[in-house]
Design a protein around this ligand. Structure first.
Ligand code: SF4
Length: 317
């Protein structure tokens, strides 16, 4: 809880955005109030595209550190701010550069595709970046004989492997949020809500994916709820997305899938939720914490992201 204050954060943030020519990019996993003050809301792919194409001098990233780093890599001339430097990512942390470099060296001759949920150092070791929105299409866009290393998410990697049938070896990383959903609790919810559709992010474990009515990236799940005619959905991804689902689908019911430990809020991403309105206000006021990425890493890390964006554009994603 933020302390009592006379400052109207929302009003002040809006004023500073205009005065400083700043924009706020917010991920779907941010809290509803933050999503509502953002200039642009999206998943990792859409936010990267927006970071690369805007006229702002300052980008304030309401998300986690790898996302802000990606913005800096794509727009090094801009000041990129992250309201809390502790907003990390368990998935990005599950892939350390020295270990990943060795993994690549131990498996030579493979194209290295990494999920955008990685540090700038890992991107610098990669050939192509991808997001959960475009991973399958990116793999399918490569010649069939091309051998691939995919990292860092083992669940997304295995999902892509099953979808494409390609020769892929997968790094053993994971996101603690998406691995926490309870199969038993989801099955129980389904029984209690006949007609509810289970929609699942590909970072979830195989048993949860196996019983899904639809699997897709955060933006694909949102799109699905708009196009599908069911009235109730069980959502197996970070529940922040439910805010946009409700806005886009008045009258439909959205139930967050429960985590294994019902006493914790661990289906929420604790890193994403470190960003608060007060921290956004302070960050925009002081113009710090600021994201800095080494120029050499920026150059190396930009190549796989650009390649992802080119392929995505070509495929109309
Ligand atoms: S939900 Fe998982 S992958 Fe996304 S930022 Fe949080 S820890 Fe990282």
């Amino acid at each position: 809880m933020e302390g009592k204050t006379d400052i109207d954060y929302i009003k002040e943030i809006k004023r500073m955005k205009t005065d400083k020519n700043a924009i706020i990019l917010a991920h779907y996993y941010q809290t509803s109030d933050i999503q509502d003050i953002a200039d642009f809301i999206g998943d990792s792919l859409a936010l990267s595209q927006k970071a690369a194409s805007n006229n702002a001098d300052i980008i304030l990233f309401a998300g986690v550190k790898f996302m802000a780093e990606t913005a800096k890599i794509l727009a090094p001339e801009k000041k990129v701010l992250l309201p809390d430097m502790n907003a990390g990512c368990s998935l990005a942390d599950s892939c350390k550069p020295e270990e990943f470099k060795k993994f690549i060296e131990d498996n030579p001759g493979r194209t290295v595709i990494t999920y955008v949920n990685t540090t700038a150092d890992i991107k610098a070791l990669s050939d192509i970046s991808c997001t959960s929105s475009n991973a399958v299409e990116i793999v399918n866009s490569l010649p069939p004989e091309e051998k691939i290393i995919f990292g860092p998410d083992r669940n997304l990697g295995n999902y892509i492997l099953n979808k494409t049938g390609r020769d892929i070896i997968v790094w053993d990383g994971s996101c603690h949020v998406h691995e926490e959903f309870s199969l038993e609790a989801i099955l129980k919810l389904r029984e209690e809500n006949p007609g509810a559709k289970l929609i699942v992010h590909p970072e979830c474990v195989l048993p949860v994916r196996m019983i899904a009515d639809f699997i897709g990236s955060t933006s694909a799940l949102l799109k699905f709820t708009k196009q599908d005619d069911a009235q109730c959905y069980i959502i197996a991804t970070e529940p922040g997305i439910i805010h946009q689902m409700k806005k886009e689908n008045p009258g439909k019911v959205f139930i967050p899938a429960p985590p294994k430990d019902s006493t914790c809020g661990c289906s929420e991403c604790n890193f994403m939720k470190l960003i608060t309105m007060k921290k956004i206000y302070n960050c925009l006021k002081d113009e710090r914490p600021e994201i800095f990425v080494d120029a050499e890493i920026i150059n190396a890390a930009r190549k796989p992201i650009k390649r992802m964006m080119e392929i995505s554009e070509k495929l109309g994603l």
